[in-house]
Write a protein that binds this ligand. Sequence first.
Ligand SMILES: NC(=O)C1=CN([C@@H]2O[C@H](COP(=O)(O)OP(=O)(O)OC[C@H]3O[C@@H](n4cnc5c(N)ncnc54)[C@H](O)[C@@H]3O)[C@@H](O)[C@H]2O)[C@@H](O)CC1
Ligand SMILES: Nc1ncnc2c1ncn2[C@@H]1O[C@H](COP(=O)(O)OP(=O)(O)O)[C@@H](O)[C@H]1O
Ligand SMILES: [K+]
Length: 619
Amino acid sequence: MHLVTAEEMRRLDRITIDRLGIPAAALMKNAGRAIAEEIIALCNRRGEAGTAGGPRQGGEAARDNGAPRNAGAWAAGGAHGEAAAPGAGGTRRAAARSGVRGDAAAGMAPRSGGNGGDGGDAGAAGITPRSSGPGGAAVTPPKLVISGDAALMTEHAESEHWLVLVGKGNNGGDGLVAARYLREAGIAVSLLYAVPPESLTGEAALQRDAAAAMGLPAAVHGGGGPDFAGYSGILDALLGTGAAGAPRGAYAELIAAANASGKPVVSADIPSGLDADTGETHEPCIQASLTVCLAFLKRGLLQYPGAGAAGRIVVRSIGIPAGLAREEGLSAYWLTPAVLEGVLGVDVSRRRAPDGHKGTYGHVLVAAGSLRMSGAGLLAARASLRAGCGLTTWAVPGKLLPLLVCAAPELMLADAGGEADGTWNASAAEEVLKLADGRDVLAIGPGIGRFEDDKAWLKAIWEGAECPLVVDADALNILAECDYGSWRQRRAPVILTPHPGEMARLAGVKTKEVQRDRTGLALSFARERGVTLVLKGAHTVIASPDGRVFVNTTGHPGMATGGAGDCLTGIIAGLLAQGLDGAQAAAFGVYLHGLAGERAALLRDDPASVIASDIIEAL
Ligand SMILES: NC(=O)C1=CN([C@@H]2O[C@H](COP(=O)(O)OP(=O)(O)OC[C@H]3O[C@@H](n4cnc5c(N)ncnc54)[C@H](O)[C@@H]3O)[C@@H](O)[C@H]2O)[C@@H](O)CC1
Ligand SMILES: Nc1ncnc2c1ncn2[C@@H]1O[C@H](COP(=O)(O)OP(=O)(O)O)[C@@H](O)[C@H]1O
Ligand SMILES: [K+]
């Protein structure tokens, strides 16, 4: 699934309107209708839960009912795409928890509408089902099957009264369309304009007039704290992709009041107050339980804190052809199995040749670990094997070798020289290069610490190693102090795997600035430096030097544990050894690492109990 910026969204809108001749009003109608359908589905879910005598199990229902985020299900924020997933049950279980849904899935999912489904409609037609045929056998006469707009019907309308907060732009227009459809479904709806309705223009003004002609009660926010007590839900149609900066005036007051109301809030397109591109949340920003994102997933919805403000995300088609994004060369994606296969060309089933042998799957050299942090090297080396490479050699300062014998029997150990106290030194680079000769990948950094002349050590390896290079941990901190742009150009790819702190050092900015626009920064850094960049943390971003960028949503906060990143380094190296290119190995590695973390959490009482070794075992 493509990810777009507000600017790209406007471009795709314009092409649809100008080149394809689809009127803007039609897009707005589709948008409003999609929003109404999702609200009705929400009303049906909680209506049914109410009938069943209490809220449903699980994060989704809990959130729809306005309960605090993440109540019920630890992985509620996870989202894994709709297409066939790699591996066995774990992935599918994860997909079922998905927090982002697209229209493809919507089409396949059973609708929960009261009269929805053929069974319900046929029943409503009231045909007497049985009579006796010859010989007394029961015969079922042909049924008259007539069905209506199931997605726009609800049997729970009487308990609902929705308030639509209407902004001045097209986002407000979407809300006004939704209001009409909700009213049509029998749901009471009131409108609260942030600005005098006379100030609306274009399609939004048409919708204002239609809503008025339909007799929908409307008021204009007059300042002070509006009272939302009487409503069962709030539709936030205040600000969309046209918003600039922090919400001002009436917008800010309404957002704050909606958040304080405790009512479930559904956002049209994006939560008002969110930066659609970066994921920054302005003060205030709507905290939605559901966001009905229109046409294309906005980048800001996948990056925190925006991802936390959006609640569950449904992406609905509004008539803008999905193929336009590709035609226009947009190259940012939500990382799903479909994207791994279709965009990156990864064989997610990880088929192995029946006659394959350990030489077929590549040899990883891991140069990592030192006296105080030998475990980092061990984790990276073991993870590379679990990622499926044929052989892994782990190079450490020689002093440590006797202590590591059989730390993992599957590994080969190598003496990288180093100091008598088990730390690294600059001359160890020569040993590493000798060992790397003929190897398929070299992974460096985890647990090496800092040492005298470590910049010379890194330069020698960077310039001398012919194979793909994965650089992590202290090797990144060393790199940040080097003028590596002036070093000899490498032919084989480089993959950097910084966490936000390491990224800050690499980019020469504050960590806060890294986190402000993770996707944008990763993209520009990878392009400018000619490296594949893996910017770790919740919703890891993978950017390749050719300008493609992928946002991963597997994984969970239980993975914020020492050594989890070392495992990722090993996984990426293991995939590179098997012949994947830089972007493929980085993206697939991050995806699998997150899935393994999820699987590991399922074996524990609490995801917080996951430790790095569990991630390796769950691969
Ligand atoms: N053809 C289109 O352009 C379509 C647009 N759609 C909807 O339109 C939205 C974008 O519409 P617009 O471009 O009109 O933008 P918005 O609806 O986001 O509104 C922008 C307006 O809000 C005000 N505003 C901006 N920033 C503000 C702030 N910080 N505080 C207070 N007021 C502020 C300004 O008056 C500005 O004109 C999308 O998010 C989507 O919901 C959909 O209807 C589908 C089609
Ligand atoms: N909240 C989170 N959600 C998903 N993944 C996470 C989260 N926190 C950390 N991770 C993942 O765990 C790993 C931690 O890596 P890192 O910070 O380098 O740890 P270490 O250096 O101890 O190995 C990264 O892959 C990161 O993306
Ligand atoms: K909105």
